[in-house]
Design a protein around this ligand. Sequence first.
Ligand code: T3D
Length: 261
Amino acid sequence: MADSILLDIAGDIARITLNRPDKLNSFTAAMHGRLAAALDQVEAARTRVLVVTGAGRGFCAGQDLSDRAAAPGAAPVDLGHTIETYYNPLVRRLRALAMPVIVGVNGVAAGAGANIALAGDLVIAARSAKFIQAFCRIGLMPDSGGTWFLPRLVGPARAAGLALLGESLTAAQAAQWGLIWKMVEDDALAGEIDALAAHLAVQPTRALAAIKAALQVSWSNGLDAQLDLERDLQRGLGASADYREGVTAFIEKRKPDFRGA
Ligand code: T3D
């Protein structure tokens, strides 16, 4: 059986591919385990950027529903337990990774699959991709951070529409609404992701991690707390080798050689 998670680490760039294409890369418990192990490897390798994408025509259709309570004879599953065990740690982990996470949404992203995509820092979708808060179609509510990401990204009215109606949102509309960073033509997605990953891999990684952390906290901080946080993070960055290199390169009118330190 093919591995449900593919991991490729090449230099400073890690790529994780969700790989159950025949089931639109929907999550099983085993796949969650493989993904957690892959993220362990990414962190151990200290890469400077992570790309997450899906194999085949879908990005991820959320939880694999074939082993849930509706299956004939199946015992009810404690969904709170599975969310606590699998989905919440995954979203927290992607948000906390000290490197930018690019999510390449190559096709439909539904249920938890949509919200795991939104946990990325830069979400790029192919024109044919769709985002579906499919939860209400099966008697559930958005999880994996959906009720937190959606109102912040697209505002309360659109968040309510997406979550309550469970309708399909095109990639073009998602980009127009600010749900994602950008939409590109299907045949341009791989090249766009490669170029972005290559760019980010030679940027000052500590600064990017600080930007990521500060932007996340800004959603709950007041201005005073955020100003204090910026001061503290900037103090740390001011002592970094990459900052010294950035300033030196500017003075010497050359391209900086950032090492991520
Ligand atoms: O349970 C817990 O632990 C709580 C956590 C829940 C988190 C969640 O994610 S709940 C939401 C779960 N996801 C869904 O409800 C989405 C279900 N899928 C769909 O609605 C549709 O597949 C799509 C709209 C995403 C795509 O539609 P379409 O027509 O392009 O493809 P398809 O024909 O429906 O799917 C292709 C195959 O993938 C098909 O298998 P088959 O018939 O060819 O053997 C289909 O059954 C399978 N598939 C798609 N999504 C899932 C799935 N199999 C299992 N689980 C899925 N989620």
